[in-house]
Design a binder for this molecule. Structure first.
Ligand code: 5GP
Ligand code: MG
Ligand code: MG
Length: 188
């Protein structure tokens, strides 16, 4: 079976098209270009979900930025945050005195983002802000500021454009909502 047949089997509907996403990146990139003018931000992508968003977003940013990545995990079964966040793979750059901009795919409980923000602040970053593609605000359980985001989303599990379902389907070029029965099948 081709991957495209499989996608139709798991996706309920498209939430953000390729054009919607490029519009978000352009708008956010323009804002970040203004806000980071004259600075040299360290853009830190949260692996693996933010990779697709980061590549499009940074190409819309006309600033002298540098890139790094961090991989932190909190998702036990892939759908719900366990609340325990761990560093799987750390940044290679010293963040001391840097203007850090964390790039995330989606913020749900906020635990992962809060962990990363606190980590870089503790390490002496001059500023720590974030730019997330999707803000699942209704699910927030922790108080964390989201300085920039592409769009709010409801309480639905989305996949594509970097976001996974069991570490698959990240390369779907748009953002789609997973069929509820697919999630139910995998949750014990
Ligand atoms: P949080 O710590 O905010 O609960 O979870 C953040 C991480 O969980 C995100 O960076 C993302 O990787 C994953 N996540 C949260 N909601 C979704 C979703 O709807 N779909 C997918 N694929 N991942 C999600
Ligand atoms: Mg993520
Ligand atoms: Mg995941």
């Amino acid at each position: 079976m081709a991957k495209s047949d499989d996608i139709n089997r798991i996706i309920d509907h498209k939430l953000f098209s390729e054009d919607d996403i490029q519009e978000m990146c352009k708008r956010l990139g323009k804002q970040l270009t203004e806000d980071y003018a004259g600075k040299k931000p360290l853009v830190i992508g949260a692996l693996k979900g933010a990779v697709y968003f980061l590549t499009d977003l940074t190409r819309e940013m006309d600033v002298e930025e540098q890139l790094d990545f961090i991989d932190v995990s909190s998702y036990g079964d892939g759908f719900e945050s366990t609340g325990k966040v761990e560093i799987v793979s750390d940044v290679a750059t010293d963040v001391k005195d840097r203007d850090v901009l964390i790039v995330e795919d989606i913020v749900d409980s906020g635990l992962t983002l809060k962990f990363m923000k606190d980590l870089f602040k503790e390490r002496g970053a001059k500023s720590v802000k974030c730019c997330v593609m999707l803000n699942k605000e209704a699910r927030r359980t922790t108080d964390v500021e989201i300085e920039y985001y592409g769009s709010k989303v409801g309480d639905e599990f989305v996949v594509g454009y970097g976001m996974d379902f069991l570490n698959m389907y990240r390369n779907i070029p748009y953002v789609g909502v997973l069929k509820p029965e697919i999630i139910e099948k995998y949750i014990k």
